[in-house]
Design a protein around this ligand. Structure first.
Ligand code: NAD
Ligand code: UFG
Length: 355
């Protein structure tokens, strides 16, 4: 019965990439639920202040249940050190690089970091008998979907080297679980994570010029950038701009708790993929309007040609996650924009003070 036990107060979770955007929000929720949490991160795309903020948010008592290790998944010794000193009941694996454009320019960096890092992790987990994994996959594995909403059993396709790492890592997970059936693996396909912790203390803090829509809008709102380029205004959508399924990062965080619960309580979960989205599509122009409303700021826009490789409309079928994980997104775009504006207006330069 031991392996079927789900007791938050006793379970110890390793969170790779726990200093990053989705990682920090998930760690807060894990600690609030009573889990013990160990984070490993190399601060490639994050800063120590984010971990300090997590501690501040959960308070002194729960903070004692959070252990942070500076380490790199590409370095197996860093993982060996962690696993030889701790017993982990499961791993949530966020650590990875995620910038599509950078992956096209420098695919080796993506294959090295995302593939080698994850393969090391599986090896060390197997060696120490920890065989429960929640993996950060992405809606990018649906490529340019022929039909929407995207359903988990659709055929998969990579559109760029970043997407290829996610697709390969899904396949690797399926192969490992097939060969060694005692693994339990959940692949979570995130749609477009946005928003911030409702306190305004945690949020997304990209380095350099943001690639993604919401961090870009946010930087226009705080006068760090002059205007938003809207990529594509001739799509066959309601207003000509592209449609995505934006999901509040706190809903996403809760989705990981639901996935853990499923892993701990379902012996025959195998290797299973779930979409984490809201099931609702919102256009770029609708998102701009919602952010203007939440912030009271005008976001100047420039209508530009389509961005190569972008799909017209992508949104999730949420049925499987609702039915099997008992999880459903609670927040809409109003709350996403409200919380992201709270984060942006109180931290216009992210975790660092103005350079
Ligand atoms: P993020 O960059 O904010 O967080 C990733 C964290 O992993 C960072 O703190 C980084 O320093 C760390 N990291 C990277 N490589 C590492 C390594 N080799 N060793 C140790 N730490 C390492 O990104 P995020 O938005 O929080 O995304 C988390 C995961 O979710 C990623 O795997 C990403 O591909 C996936 N994902 C993100 C999105 C999105 O739009 N944010 C969408 C779909 C999937
Ligand atoms: N967009 C703009 N201007 C910008 C940035 C984006 O108009 O400055 C548009 C894009 O063209 C797209 C929409 O806003 O139509 C959303 O773009 P994002 O870059 O925010 O998100 P994507 O849907 O392109 O992709 C994101 C991640 C991928 C991930 C995917 C699904 O970047 O890695 O969500 O999770 F795979």
């Amino acid at each position: 019965m031991g392996s079927l036990c789900f007791d938050e107060q006793k379970n110890n979770i390793l969170v790779t990439g726990g200093a990053g955007f989705i990682g920090t929000h998930t760690v807060v929720q894990l600690l609030n639920e009573g889990f013990g949490v160990t984070v490993i991160d190399n601060f490639d795309n994050s800063v120590e202040e984010a971990v300090v903020r997590v501690r501040g948010l959960v308070g002194d008592q729960l903070s004692k249940k959070l252990d942070f290790h500076l380490g790199d998944l590409r370095n197996k010794d860093d993982l060996e050190k962690l696993f030889s000193k701790n017993k982990f009941d499961a791993v949530i694996h966020f650590a990875g690089l995620k910038a599509v454009g950078e992956s096209v320019a420098n695919p080796r960096r993506y294959f090295d970091n995302n593939l080698v890092g994850t393969i090391n992790l599986y090896e060390v987990m197997a060696k120490y008998g920890c065989k429960k994994m929640v993996f950060s996959s992405s809606a990018t594995v649906y490529g340019q979907p022929e039909k929407i909403p995207c359903v988990e059993d659709f055929s998969l396709k990579a559109m760029n080297p970043y997407g290829r790492t996610k697709l390969f890592l899904e396949e690797i997970a399926r192969d490992i679980q097939k060969a060694e059936p005692d693994w339990r693996i959940i692949l979570l396909r995130y749609f477009n994570p946005v928003g911030a912790h409702e306190s305004g203390k945690l949020g997304e803090d990209p380095k350099g010029i943001p690639n993604n829509l919401m961090p870009y809008i946010q930087q226009v709102a705080v006068d760090r950038l002059p205007e938003l380029n809207v990529y594509g205004h001739d799509y066959p959508t309601k207003d000509g701009s592209a449609v995505r399924d934006y999901i509040h990062v706190m809903d996403l965080a809760d989705g990981h708790i639901a996935a853990l619960r499923k892993l701990f309580t379902t012996e025959n979960i195998g290797c299973t993929a779930y979409n984490l989205g809201t099931g609702r599509g919102t256009s770029v122009l609708e998102m701009v309007a919602a952010f203007e409303k939440a912030s009271g700021k005008k976001i100047p826009i420039k209508l530009c040609p389509r961005r190569p490789g972008d799909a017209t409309a992508v949104y999730a079928s949420t049925e499987k996650a609702e039915k099997e994980l008992g999880w459903k997104a609670k927040y809409g775009i109003e709350e996403m924009c409200r919380d992201q504006w709270k984060w942006a207006s109180t931290n216009p330069y992210g975790y660092e003070s103005k350079p």
